[in-house]
Design a protein around this ligand. Structure first.
Ligand SMILES: [Zn+2]
Length: 319
């Protein structure tokens, strides 16, 4: 077991004694969401201490942890020029593809990930993208709708949202699901929302979700994982719907020119009924178009979506 890289971009690259999955964990893709970065830094401290405290400790595979938007993290803003989690695409067209500050960040992230994919003796590639929201009230995971990613998210013991990729473009999840890496091995991708931006608990929950994901993948053994992480996630997920699907995204103008303003007091998973007035813009009141739960109501200046509506997922299989 050893740490094989560290830099401003790379929180750490840890390689276990045994080959296994390559887990790419990213914190701070949005610069006003430092909780994921702090959690991954703490995880690397734990990985360094663990073999001394627990001599039987074993790690299988590689863990590459990255800081997402360095410039935006330095100033505590969601982004500098454009949302880094809406522009993921191959940058193989050369330097003319790199225009914005976020293009540069993407270029460096892709370089670090591609190097690890080429060098790691991987059996599977897994992305974990750590985020927080402006609203409080709920943790959840977002995945592609492929069964392997959904089951991985479910094993993290957190509520799971299906169908989010259809409502967004250019996210880390789209890129990892999009066959862009020179590997024929399976690729799974999960993003985790750990609560509100500045709540210190969001760091603990990001760490707990990451540890649970490593356990679900077999990178760390069940007996080496403290049940504290499960308890922490269960407490926060208590009474939240386990599996929901996206039914509506309210897009807002990139530059704020539509005057979107969320009414106060809404939280993640706030139940709403069709017709409820929950926000305003220059055209007047904005009503909810369907029954369900509100997700990620926007209470900050920067952002491309005002809110999302999800509803309980109903299995329609004949079995
Ligand atoms: Zn985010």
């Amino acid at each position: 077991m050893k740490k094989i890289a560290e830099s401003e971009r790379i929180i750490g690259h840890y390689r276990g004694a045994e080959a296994g999955p390559l887990v790419v964990a990213i914190g701070g893709i949005h610069g006003n969401e430092p909780a994921g970065v702090l959690a991954l830094e703490r995880l690397f401290d734990m990985l360094e201490d663990e073999p001394r405290i627990n001599p039987g400790f074993n790690f299988k595979g590689d863990l590459l942890a990255l800081r997402g938007n360095l410039e935006a993290l330095a100033v505590g803003k969601r982004f500098i020029d454009t949302d880094l989690n809406r522009i993921w695409r191959p940058l193989d067209g050369g330097p003319e593809m790199i225009i914005t500050s976020e293009d540069r960040e993407l270029h460096e992230l892709l370089a670090a990930i591609e190097t690890a994919v080429e060098e790691a003796p991987l059996s599977e590639l897994v992305l974990l993208d750590l985020h927080t929201t402006t609203a409080s009230g709920g943790i959840f995971a977002i995945t592609g709708d492929d069964a392997p990613s959904l089951s991985l998210a479910a094993e993290m013991a957190v509520p799971v949202i299906k169908g989010m990729l259809s409502g967004l473009q250019g996210t880390t999840l789209h890129y990892f699901r999009g066959d862009h890496f020179p590997t024929n091995l399976p690729v799974r991708a999960v993003s985790f929302e750990a609560g509100s931006h500045d709540d210190p608990v969001s760091v603990d929950l990001s760490l707990a979700a990451t540890v649970n994901l490593l356990r679900a993948l077999g990178c760390v053994r069940e007996e080496d994982v403290n049940t504290y992480h499960d308890d922490r996630l269960r407490q926060s997920a208590n009474n939240l719907p386990r599996l929901t699907e996206l039914v509506y995204v309210h897009h807002v103008s990139h530059d704020g020119s539509d005057g979107f303003r969320m009414n106060t007091g809404y939280r993640n998973f706030h139940p709403v009924t069709k017709g409820d007035i929950i926000a305003k813009d220059n055209n007047g009141d904005i009503a909810v178009p369907a029954d369900g739960y509100l997700l990620m109501p926007l209470y900050q200046q920067q952002g491309d979506e005002g809110f999302f509506i999800v509803r309980d997922y109903v299995f329609t299989s004949a079995f």
